[in-house]
Design a protein around this ligand. Structure first.
Ligand code: NCD
Length: 306
């Protein structure tokens, strides 16, 4: 049974295919309005979410399907001590596909190994978040038209930011990509991500603490929230949370066609005065996420049938 746990589960050709379907959905939504008639998506979210869960649910409704939902462990049998494996087996009896978010790294893989229906990882702890990457890729594609030869800056919490790990993984396949990793010392990209992607594919990257110094070279700037929920103590979080705040002043030396991204939610990382700047793409990312999740649900359900 085909699931999506990590973005590397999808080949470059499949990423192109999903982008192609999403673009067709954008142009001809009516063609897809009954594609998932009679099918059910179960959203199992054991961590807070607004965009990811609602975009999965909106995606399924727009495909003509239905949704079953568990939000927060407190209202499900997880609160009684049920394992992820048993939950996955149970939900397989009711639904056709699962989207799951869980605070533990690897939880989606455990679910996929026990479910008899496709499982989509909607975020597993600080590990990865492949469907946010699909949203990010469609945004880059629509803004830039290609993935090659881009200088991509990631700024903020690169240690715990799962969306960063997945997007770096995905972009590593394209040629001429350069990464600028901007973070405080304590929140640097984990060495496993560096070793499995940047070093393995000999990709050029620099690590810096200086956002303004990096700005002029960037085609994409991917801001992130400091992931409070993954910190072991509140003091460290309070010390680090406002290290980078993007203000209009900091964009003075940025390219005119810079694409400013953020997976959201934003806390304080981007001043609201940037929201009307034509380079701000973070709300476009939100919408693109729905189209890519529609394309993904279609693909996985189709593959499950054969
Ligand atoms: C991200 C996540 O959950 O990892 N949010 C999202 O899904 N758009 C980013 C974050 O929470 O900071």
């Amino acid at each position: 049974m085909r699931s999506l746990i990590d973005i590397i589960d999808l080949s470059t050709g499949e990423l192109d295919e999903l982008i192609g379907v999403a673009m067709d959905i954008i142009e001809h939504p009516e063609k897809y309005s009954e594609s998932c008639k009679g099918k059910k998506l179960a959203t199992l979210f054991f961590e807070p979410s607004t965009r990811t869960r609602l975009s999965f649910e909106a995606a399924m409704y727009e495909l003509g399907g239905n949704v079953l939902s568990v939000t927060g462990g407190a209202t499900s049998s997880v609160a009684k001590g049920e394992s992820v494996a048993d939950t996955a087996k149970t939900v397989s009896c009711y639904a056709d596909i699962i989207a799951m978010r869980h605070p533990k790294e690897g939880a989606a893989l455990v679910a996929a190994n026990n479910a008899s229906i496709p499982v989509i990882n909607a975020g597993d702890g600080g590990h990865c978040h492949p469907t946010q990457t699909l949203a990010d890729l469609l945004t880059i594609y629509r803004e830039k038209g290609h993935f090659d030869n881009l200088t991509v800056g990631f700024c903020g919490d690169l240690k715990f930011g799962r969306t960063v790990h997945s997007l770096i993984n995905a972009l590593s396949r394209y040629s001429g990509i350069r990464f600028v990793l901007i973070s405080p010392e304590e929140l640097k990209l984990p060495s496993y991500v560096k070793n499995e992607t940047l070093k393995k594919y000999h990709l050029p990257y620099v690590q810096t603490t200086d956002l303004e110094g990096a700005m002029p070279s960037l085609d994409i700037l991917y801001m992130t929230r400091v992931q409070r929920e993954r910190f072991f103590n509140e003091e460290d979080y309070l010390r680090l949370r406002d290290t980078y705040i993007l203000t209009p002043d900091k964009l003075r030396h940025a390219k005119d066609d810079l694409c400013i991204m953020h997976p959201l939610p934003r806390v304080n990382e981007i001043s609201v005065s940037i929201d009307n700047d034509p380079r701000a793409c973070y709300f476009k990312q939100v919408l693109n996420g729905k189209y890519m999740r529609m394309a993904l649900i279609l693909k996985l359900l189709k593959e499950a049938q054969v």
